[in-house]
Design a protein around this ligand. Structure first.
Ligand code: GLV
Length: 307
């Protein structure tokens, strides 16, 4: 029984080490040194090549190295019937909540603006921005936590999800038809959705046109949620006042991409929340044992929903 780590272009030595700390007898291989492919029963993946997972005849679990699983489903030639799991981790969730709150406070308090003023030795006090309404798109583990966190911080929070979710003190909406209504009062629109065919390009000119004029966008979902040209146009027209983006269609963001130097765009290099390797290793090991003992897996993805 062997675990394969299939994460091209990543240094995975810490993952191997973390697994071996938990169990020194674990047999862990690192792609492309797979050895006999029929030994592999459990694979840890991030951005694997399409069709690769079909080559392991005894594969029993596909485990995402992160909270997102869109990188798995973009493989159009996945082995059918092999369960897929994701990471659900309170530290990862907390980091995301802090990121979202931090971005909103940074914007309200104009901290980035003052950094620019400081660089030019300009003394220019301004009022803090007043916008207090936040709409979260996506109310899964992370979205729910962000909703609760922001509510405690005094924001008026609404949330939208595909299926109905009830959260105390949060006005929730669900289903495609209510998306416009959900965002209509928001000063801050935060995308925390999983990327699926239903949510791809959800941040587009239709959505921006339904937002309150001057709303601010925060995208911590995936680059594929955003229609980049529509955002540039909405910023140019003033329909959206600015955006903070952590995720992009192409990562790393190409040098000549207009987002790099756009005065209304603040960006971070996909760091809003990072997988904690020890936590991830603990969850992989738990599921590896579950698989061996024929017990239900933790954090299993609903393949029909794609998250
Ligand atoms: C990061 O983007 C993740 O999916 O964990």
């Amino acid at each position: 029984m062997t675990i394969l780590i299939l994460m091209p272009d990543r240094n995975v030595s810490e993952v191997v080490q973390a697994l071996n700390v938990i169990d020194t007898d674990l047999e862990v291989r690192v792609w492309p040194d797979t050895g006999d492919k029929s030994d592999i029963e459990f694979v840890i993946v991030w951005d694997h090549p399409t069709g690769e997972l079909k080559k392991y005849p005894n594969l029993k679990v596909i485990a995402s190295f992160g909270a997102g699983v869109d990188h798995i489903f973009k493989d159009t030639d996945l082995p059918k019937q092999v369960p897929i799991t994701k990471i659900v981790d309170k530290n990862l969730t907390r980091q995301m909540c802090e990121y979202v709150a931090g971005v909103i406070f940074n914007h309200r308090l104009r901290l980035t603006e003052y950094s620019e003023f400081q660089a030019a030795a300009i003394w220019a006090p301004k009022e803090a921005r007043q916008g207090n309404n936040v709409c979260l798109l996506g109310l899964g583990n992370i979205g729910r936590c962000a909703a609760e966190y922001l509510t405690v911080l005094g924001f008026s929070v609404s949330g939208w999800s595909q299926s109905r979710k009830d959260i105390e003190n949060v006005t929730t909406f669900h289903g495609e038809k209510s998306l416009g209504k959900a965002i209509s009062d928001a000063d801050y629109i935060v995308c925390l959705l999983p990327l699926t065919p239903n949510t791809e390009n959800i941040l587009d000119k239709t959505l921006f046109s339904k937002a309150r004029k001057g709303a601010y966008l925060i995208n911590v979902g995936r680059g594929g949620h955003l229609n980049e040209d529509d955002l540039l146009e909405a910023l140019y027209q003033g329909q959206m006042s600015g955006a903070c983006l952590d995720v992009f269609r192409t990562e790393p963001l190409p040098d000549d991409h207009p987002f790099w130097r756009h005065p209304k765009i603040h960006l971070t290099p996909h760091t809003a929340s990072l997988t904690d390797i020890d936590q991830a290793a603990t969850q992989f090991y738990e599921n590896y044992q579950n698989m061996k003992d024929n017990r239900p897996l933790i954090n299993q993805v609903d393949v029909t929903k794609g998250y």
